[in-house]
Design a protein around this ligand. Structure first.
Ligand SMILES: [Zn+2]
Ligand SMILES: [Zn+2]
Length: 335
């Protein structure tokens, strides 16, 4: 577990982005990109260390409480070093006192936009929940089942989770403040809905796994029909893979908007979400880095399924093309 978006927003908000040490109180930034002065990059310091043997460490302090707001204090990197080097003087009680005094000072002497703070906490709550539900940390792994070996498959439980996620996004009460951020969630929901519908349209269940049904396999000898259905199957598989790719773009767009409006360093370390396709004939796997580009980035880039079928070829990457088999062949897809 790491520090949640909501906790970070509360910490930075209540500290007014300042170092809590009284004779410092410098204004801090979240990441190096915003500054060429490394000493003003804010650090979210643990009062009781995250690790048992860290500064003020306490093996009896529950692990799930270590990353919570109550155990964190915001400092510049100079004072972070000071409090960790002098842990006898900067005891747990001392740091809690410093934190309390600092937040009191902020309340009494600075103007904090309470409404903005409240709204950003609502967004932060949604963001944490989305990250958890969508399993962002294993994105590349769970999506690879939809992109693998010419027969998309998905765990039944995963499908249920995605279904719930879709409904959860739909029923959120958004503050109506950061419209582009909200649009990016709506965009994600639309893609997810069409991905689920398209995938389950031709899927069969076996031992808790859903497989794309090979509907071209006939119980009678009819090579012509078989060949026609086989093309349709390949078109269908390409469409599932393109929707999975689009969902990745949509998730990357959400991350971009979170960085823009809520947390400037959100997942900077982890970087862009990627997907892996294959194995191909030569057993190779391919990694794709996909994002919306240019004017696709404003509003809601994913309109609906029929528009997407036509537009997918103009994205940064696509497996298939066109609205149907005939169009796909005209556009150069080989089956
Ligand atoms: Zn520390
Ligand atoms: Zn400081």
């Amino acid at each position: 577990m790491s520090i949640s978006v909501k906790t970070r927003k509360i910490l930075w908000g209540k500290s007014a982005n300042r170092c809590a040490i009284p004779n410092c109180r410098r204004e801090l930034v979240m990441d190096e990109i915003e500054t060429d002065d490394p000493s003003i990059v804010g650090e979210e310091c643990h009062i009781i260390a995250k690790k048992d043997d860290g500064p003020r460490g306490n093996p009896n302090f529950p692990e799930e409480q270590r990353d919570l707001y109550a155990n964190l204090i915001l400092m510049c990197n100079i004072h972070h070093k000071v409090i960790d080097d002098q842990e006898q003087f900067y005891s747990v009680a001392k740091l809690k006192e410093i934190k309390r005094d600092h937040e009191e000072w902020v309340n009494n002497s600075l103007n904090i936009d309470e409404i903005k703070m409240r709204e950003e906490l609502i967004y932060s709550d949604y963001i944490d929940e989305w990250v958890r539900r969508v399993d962002l940390d294993t994105w590349d792994i769970w999506t690879s089942w939809l992109l693998g070996s010419g027969q998309p498959q998905l765990n039944k439980q995963k499908l249920n989770e995605l279904e719930e996620l879709k409904n959860w996004i739909f029923t959120r009460i958004m503050p109506n403040t950061y419209i582009e951020l909200e649009n990016s969630f709506e965009n994600f929901r639309r893609v997810l809905q069409d991905l689920i519908n398209t995938f389950t349209h031709h899927s069969i269940e076996r031992n808790g796994e859903l497989y794309t049904e090979k509907f071209y396999k006939l119980d009678r000898w009819d090579p012509e029909l078989n060949s026609k259905l086989h093309k349709e199957y390949m078109f269908h598989v390409d469409l599932i893979m393109d929707l999975t790719t689009e969902l990745t773009r949509a998730a990357n767009l959400i991350c971009d908007q979170i960085r823009r409006y809520i947390l400037s360093d959100f997942r900077l370390e982890e970087g862009i979400l990627v997907i892996t396709s294959g194995p191909y004939m030569d057993f190779s796997l391919r990694t794709h880095k996909v994002r919306y580009a240019g004017d696709q980035r404003t509003g809601i880039p994913y309109k609906d399924l029929s528009t997407f079928k036509k537009e997918r070829i103009d994205r940064d990457f696509s497996f298939g093309a066109g609205s149907d088999v005939g169009e796909a062949i005209e556009l150069g897809i080989e089956y």
